[in-house]
Design a protein around this ligand. Structure first.
Ligand code: ATP
Length: 303
């Protein structure tokens, strides 16, 4: 039966020899959602994604993509799914446009070549041999091929690794455009700002388990905001909603109410004529969540 649930994974488990890489992961991705799967190194992201793509079968639990088993019902699932190739597989001798044209010949309902290249910001590179593309351009060509067949579900496995900021922005723009057209996206990335910029929801894995999930705002909401500045000559105040820590050079606060604590601090600075050099105040980020996971789990790797 067709539903608005695109990915439904329940209690997934996957073991390599005596190492259990995925230890009971459940994931629900609705139509049109961009879901980011994040995690520390070796957390089980690739194993999970390959299981969702039907390339690996789980040892426990179940996966449904469009309500079908991706490993057993490949003919039903594959044409509706786009997967970005990783490294290689493309002839360096063909031009960018020739490559897209070749792939079009065996893709049902494919986008026109020009539209595809415009989507990924390669419209002016059509005549260039693939061997002459930069790493970032090559990655965007791989994205072009993944979306050629207008997939309903797109798997993006570290799509911007090695890209410069401009190339990354172009990729984000392309993903934004695909989203507006209703594409559902499962993204894995090590760039937390990428997840913050693009994702509706994130799932964070560590050692084969889910350690946090929700919208990026929900995931960081549990953590305090941060205020820092260079240590001034006068002892800085304690603030009502914050924990203070001072070292030789820096003053830091972990604040549960950034606006109130900042107002109190600035009031104190004004009254005492203190300059708060290098003042920075920011809410918690996904990076803080990651650092927290690393700090609380120590060196646990699940082995
Ligand atoms: P990274 O961010 O470092 O790419 P990941 O989150 O994608 O990691 P996986 O590649 O899924 O993690 O690996 C999870 C664990 O399973 C790791 O400890 C890894 O060494 C192990 N593993 C992955 N593939 C295999 C395999 N084919 N044989 C044995 N162990 C494997």
């Amino acid at each position: 039966m067709e539903t608005d649930t695109i990915i439904e994974a329940t209690e997934l488990r996957r073991r390599y020899g005596d190492h259990e890489a995925v230890r009971g992961i459940s994931l629900h991705v609705g139509r049109g959602e961009l879901h980011a799967l994040l995690g520390t190194n070796g957390a089980g992201k690739t194993t999970t994604v390959e299981t969702l793509e039907g390339l690996q079968e789980p040892d426990g639990g179940s996966v449904r993509i469009f309500g079908c088993d991706p490993a057993r019902d490949r003919t039903a699932v594959r044409p509706r799914t786009g997967v970005m190739l990783q490294d290689g597989g493309l002839s360096g001798l063909l031009t960018v446009a020739e490559t897209v044209r070749t792939w079009r010949s065996f893709t049902r309902g494919a986008r026109p070549v020009t539209e595809t290249l415009e989507l990924v910001g390669l419209a002016d590179r059509g005549g260039v041999p693939v061997a002459q593309l930069s790493g970032g351009e090559h990655r965007r060509l791989e994205l072009a091929l993944a979306v050629l067949g207008r997939p309903e579900l797109l798997f993006l496995d570290e799509p911007t690794t090695g890209m410069d900021p401009a190339s990354r922005r172009r990729t984000w723009d392309a993903v934004g455009e695909l989203r507006r057209a209703g594409t559902t996206v499962l993204l894995t990335t090590h760039y937390l700002e990428e997840a913050e910029a693009l994702a509706d929801r994130v799932t964070i894995l560590h050692a084969g388990r889910i350690v946090a999930e929700g919208s990026p705002a929900e995931v960081v909401a549990a953590l305090p905001a941060r205020i820092t500045f260079t240590r001034p000559p006068l002892e800085p105040p304690r603030l009502a909603n914050a924990v203070r820590d001072i070292d030789a050079e820096t003053v830091g606060y972990r604040s549960r109410d950034l606006q109130a604590d900042l107002a109190e601090l600035l009031g104190w600075a004004g009254r005492t004529g203190t300059v708060l050099a290098g003042l920075s105040a920011r809410p918690a980020s996904l990076e803080d969540v990651f650092l927290g996971i690393a700090a609380t789990s120590g060196s646990e790797t699940g082995r």
